[in-house]
Design a protein around this ligand. Sequence first.
Ligand SMILES: [Mg+2]
Length: 277
Amino acid sequence: MSKQLADIRHLALDMDGTIYSGGTLFPWTKPFLERMTRLGIGYTFLTNNSSKSARDYLAKLDALDLGVGPDQLFTSGLCMIEYLRSHRPDFKRLYILGTESLRTEFSEQGFTVVGNSADDEPDALIVAFDTALEYADLCMATYWAGQGKPYLATHPDKICPTDLKTVLVDCGAVCDCIESATGRAPDLVLGKPHASMLEGILARHELEPHQLGMVGDRLYTDIAMAEASGAFGVLVLSGEATAADVAACPIPPDLVVPDIGELGNRLADALEKSRRA
Ligand SMILES: [Mg+2]
């Protein structure tokens, strides 16, 4: 265990339940990040939420007083952009069911975002988390799904966690709606737990999978993805999963800690041990 921890050069950090809860930063988060920097361990924040562009997310992190650079953030929207570039360079014209923020991000990255007309034919349909969902847009997305266009979703989440007394209907539930109308599910769903979320970080930092620690509070996304990509999976109990969930999990995480503060202690101890050895 200590040897595995000492190999870690970079951490992929889930956000909600891991570094903050409902937008309030945990008191141990900033000291933990400062400690990682002192230990020479890099980190990237990871989110399935595709309702904000990377630029808008950076502003949100800035407001929490976390000085984060553009290369320290990876969203499921960016994951889709990188996926299309490397696997489907022929998909240039996209119908995107998503927010203005996300659509702008795609057009700034060189894609043509088509409008709401059957004459404006896309190469593919992308469904994201559209927090300003319009009925006409949902109908158009459903039309292209029904026409057999390649159909990709940014992430599978059906709801977005919130403290508010409402349900934030997310990308996966909108895909279910399209499926109900057309019989078609997405051809591919990126975001956690799809390994492409970590592949982007591995490639960006030229890391071997065992040099990456995936830290999160959900067994079926964060930890499942760590297992799928060979990264070291760290479950924190500061969010969704409980100790009872861990006991019932067929493939347990590599490490379970109460929170990232304790992960910081374990990493520092492991590095100290390997230096002495
Ligand atoms: Mg989480």
